[in-house]
Design a protein around this ligand. Structure first.
Ligand code: CDP
Length: 222
């Protein structure tokens, strides 16, 4: 896949596993800098949601890839899938269970990466979060942050958000997805060689936001 290399690509790439705090930080950084924000995890979730809704087996790679190419998808404050508001449902346990299988599918990845690059080109700048943003989607991003936290802290944070799931269930789900996401063949979750690794286990959101803003300022963004 050709990479997007416009001079002065204004992308802040934030990658990391579930519960590392990347969504909270990415949103806050985007708001501070007046930059648009893209949650690429929501895009993979939307494909999984659409497959389930249409009775397609998430493991059926060819049919799911076709769906990804043909679906209408808008990821902003609301997540719209073919005119259905899926904002809440893409976070359901059912979608969460299916999403990593969908994200293993190279044809789905190819299509979503294409849409992510198109989004950045259209917006002109952006804070983009995911698993492969600094490694694959925007290897030329001037700011790359890889956020992480201890397994316990990540499970703790996520179980506070998902009130209907017990800590043990959340911890098991995160461990399962960490494993699939980091061992898959295409675009696995990995630290880009030039990313700044931030362990957020003992940090406040404000501290991490400040750090990313400092990196952005050094790179001439904001
Ligand atoms: O919010 P959470 O960290 O639970 O996950 P997410 O960011 O919503 O992403 C859901 C899933 O999508 C991940 O577990 C990955 O399997 C996949 N994903 C990916 O493969 N590549 C991305 N750039 C973003 C998400």
């Amino acid at each position: 896949m050709p990479t997007l290399k416009p001079p002065g690509l204004k992308v802040i790439a934030i990658d990391g596993p579930a519960g590392s705090g990347k969504s909270t930080v990415a949103r806050a950084v985007a708001a501070k800098l007046g930059m648009p924000y893209l949650d690429t995890g929501a895009m993979y979730r939307a494909v999984a949601f659409s497959a389930i809704r249409r009775g397609i087996d998430p493991e059926d790679a060819a049919t799911v890839a076709k769906l990804a190419r043909e679906m209408e998808l808008e990821v902003a404050d609301r997540v719209m899938v073919d005119d259905v508001d899926a904002t809440i449902e893409i976070r359901s346990p059912e979608v969460t269970r299916a999403v990593s299988v969908v994200a293993v599918n190279p044809e789905v990845r190819k299509e979503l990466v294409r849409r992510q690059r198109e989004w950045a080109e259209r917006e002109g700048s952006g804070v983009i979060e995911g698993r492969d943003i600094g490694t694959v989607v925007f290897p030329e991003a001037p700011v790359k942050v890889y956020m992480t936290a201890s397994d316990e802290e990540r499970a703790q944070r996520r179980s506070q958000e998902l009130l209907d799931m017990h800590y043990d269930e959340v911890a098991a789900d995160i461990a399962r997805r960490d494993h699939i996401d980091s061992t898959r063949e295409h675009a696995p979750l990995a630290v880009a060689p030039d990313a700044v690794v931030v362990d957020t286990t003992a940090s406040t959101v404000e501290e991490v936001v400040e750090l990313v803003l400092t990196l952005a300022a050094k790179a001439g963004l904001g």
